[in-house]
Design a protein around this ligand. Structure first.
Ligand SMILES: Cc1cc2nc3c(=O)[nH]c(=O)nc-3n(C[C@H](O)[C@H](O)[C@H](O)COP(=O)(O)OP(=O)(O)OC[C@H]3O[C@@H](n4cnc5c(N)ncnc54)[C@H](O)[C@@H]3O)c2cc1C
Length: 543
């Protein structure tokens, strides 16, 4: 275990244990990228040095004293480690910076308020003093949304504002403080017979405030909805005052003001409380099924027919494209086995076959009925049912598979993800354009899956792997990443489906949304945040 004051301690995702890349994966990497054991002898840019910041905290002593007078001495931190820890999220470029011992955008202090009222006092004071405020939840942002290019304070919601306020079993809602992490919320809901229904891959280390602010989607979003479908009401502190909305089911009284905060990424204010819909928790009823298709096109067509049939929806609904399916088969040791040869003999061949995973949750008869329909649709679409086992296996590592990025970076492998929303009409075009783009880089590998499905389209989720250009890691990544974003947008995808925009995707906002939309967003921000203190410096394309 490394010391806990190092860059590595900050950059590591997961529970900080050192993960190993499995034997099958190492073989695959060597083969795909032409690497040898010698390339893996030492960890590349391990980031094991103690954190040191060159930029001193620019908070004036009187300002720091005032913040301490609000939240207490122990809740205002200005040391190098904490300022570094709160200078970033988990975007690949930020992890690379940490490995290179660079901390370009640290806040001047980290403040952990103990109540909504303290947040209100801090925001009012910071607005008066023109001190930037960057709200921070679990810091799992993968879009550079947590950087503090103008310094100021990182406002940590997780230390104290992390409780369930009320589970309302009559209205079937839960009200929470925004800094509560997924597992704490879900454990208590399960105990009372409910589930939150929102399970991003980052579930273990992300918060309700972050889910709403980044406008995320969980792995079962096809059934439960995206986070903005779940929010009923919220309370937010803005420099212009507190906004508190009520928990009516639906209204017709002008705009739904609370919706402005979903996707605002901290630029309008600090969400302190959220009321969410909750769902019945009955895991014993969940039906699981995996199918295999001979091609991506067939799998996609079948998925479209299933979601548009109106017989009920899956909750988790995924297709891995041939490249991702191939990796799944190889790294699980399935390749070359008898079942593999059997499938190949039936025409489900490596390089074109695709896996589809489905879960249906809810009341027992409903889940059985919908899964029965799905199985019939899959058969009609030339898919083959291959049991529930692969889905069970996938669910067992649904969060921990992401822990692999750090050991891959230790091997000198660039590994990042992008995601987009597409209509059914455009899906195959975006999918093939992305593969075409990545094919142009020697020794690069792209896998794509669909994991959030709607009547009129779906998302595409891209994971790329390629050896780093050693000595030029950051520029090389930036060029490759930007080119992939350009390709996705040019072929008809959106900037994001659920990761958000942050500072990383901000440069594409105006051309994608249009000038009038950006001006409208800027006008709302000017009204709520006249001194531009809320997460300033580029997030969402706002200055
Ligand atoms: C390995 C990994 C897997 C991921 N998988 C998914 C996934 O499956 N689905 C998905 O949607 N996302 C995913 N993400 C992205 C990220 O986890 C989500 O965006 C998540 O919702 C962020 O929550 P957080 O609490 O970590 O927020 P943070 O990262 O701390 O903040 C995110 C943004 O929200 C703002 N913010 C946070 N809290 C508040 C608040 N209370 N008030 C106002 N603004 C606030 C911040 O200023 C920032 O702009 C993944 C990230 C990682 C690292």
């Amino acid at each position: 275990m490394e010391r806990d004051n190092t860059y590595r301690h900050i950059l590591k995702w997961g529970d900080k244990r050192e993960e190993e890349v499995g034997h099958h994966m190492v073989t695959l990497i060597k083969e795909k990228f032409g690497l040898t054991d010698a390339d893996f002898r030492e960890k590349y840019l391990p980031g094991t040095d103690e954190v040191r910041l060159e930029k001193p905290s620019l908070l004036k002593p009187a300002q720091a004293d005032f913040l301490r007078s609000i939240s207490g001495e122990e809740n205002v931190l200005t040391d190098d480690f904490h300022r570094t820890q709160y200078s970033c999220g988990k975007f690949y470029g930020e992890l690379l910076d940490l490995r290179l011992k660079r901390v370009p955008d640290p806040p001047d202090a980290v403040v952990s308020p103990r109540s909504h009222d303290e947040v209100a006092r801090i925001v009012a004071y910071c607005s008066e003093e023109k001190i930037p405020v960057v709200p921070a939840g679990g810091q799992s942002s993968v879009t550079g949304a947590l950087r503090a290019p103008f310094g100021g304070i990182a406002l940590d919601l997780t230390r104290h504002l992390n409780r369930i306020v009320k589970i309302n079993t009559v209205n079937k809602t839960v009200t929470v403080q925004a800094g509560i992490f997924g597992p704490a919320l879900e454990a208590e809901l399960n105990r009372q017979g409910y589930t939150c229904g929102h399970f991003p891959q980052s579930f273990e280390y992300s918060t309700v405030g972050g889910w709403v602010s980044a406008r995320g989607a969980g792995q079962a979003s096809t059934g439960y909805g995206k986070i903005e479908d779940m929010v009923v009401a919220l309370k937010a502190v803005t420099p212009a005052g507190v906004i508190e909305t009520r928990d009516f089911p639906r209204t017709a009284q002008g705009w739904d003001v609370f919706r402005l905060f979903s996707g605002a990424e901290g630029t309008l204010g600090v969400i302190t409380e959220v009321t969410l819909h909750i769902f019945n928790y009955a895991p014993q009823n969940t039906r699981l099924a995996a199918f295999i298709f001979r091609s991506f096109e067939q799998a996609v067509e079948s998925m479209r027919r299933m979601i548009q049939s109106e017989y009920g929806k899956p909750h988790m609904f995924r297709i891995s494209d041939p490249q991702e399916t191939d990796i799944a088969f190889r790294t699980s040791g399935f390749d070359g086995t008898f079942p593999d040869r059997f499938l190949t003999g039936l025409g489900f061949k490596t390089g074109s076959r695709c896996l589809m995973f489905v879960t249906v949750e809810g009341e027992r008869d409903y889940a059985g009925f919908v899964m029965g329909k799905i199985k019939r649709s899959a058969r009609a679409g030339k898919g083959m049912y291959i049991g529930a086992g692969p889905v069970r296996k996938w669910l067992a590592q649904r969060y921990s598979s992401a822990y692999l990025r750090d050991p891959l970076m230790d091997l000198g492998i660039m590994s990042d993800t992008l995601e987009t929303a597409v209509t059914w009409e455009n899906l195959l075009k975006v999918w093939s354009a992305a593969h075409e783009y990545v094919r142009h880089r020697p020794r690069a590998f792209l896998m794509i899956h669909i994991s959030h499905v709607y009547e009129n389209g779906a998302n595409l989720y891209f994971t790329f792997l390629t050896p780093m250009e050693k000595g030029n890691e950051q520029q090389d990544f930036s060029r490759f990443h930007s080119g992939l974003v350009d390709t996705i947008l040019a072929s008809g995808g959106s900037i994001s489906h659920h990761h958000g925009v942050g500072r990383v995707l901000a440069p594409w906002m105006e051309s994608h949304l249009g000038r009038s939309s950006i001006e409208l967003m800027a006008a709302v921000k000017r009204h709520l945040d006249p001194n531009n203190i809320m997460n300033p410096g580029g997030t969402l394309g706002l200055q």
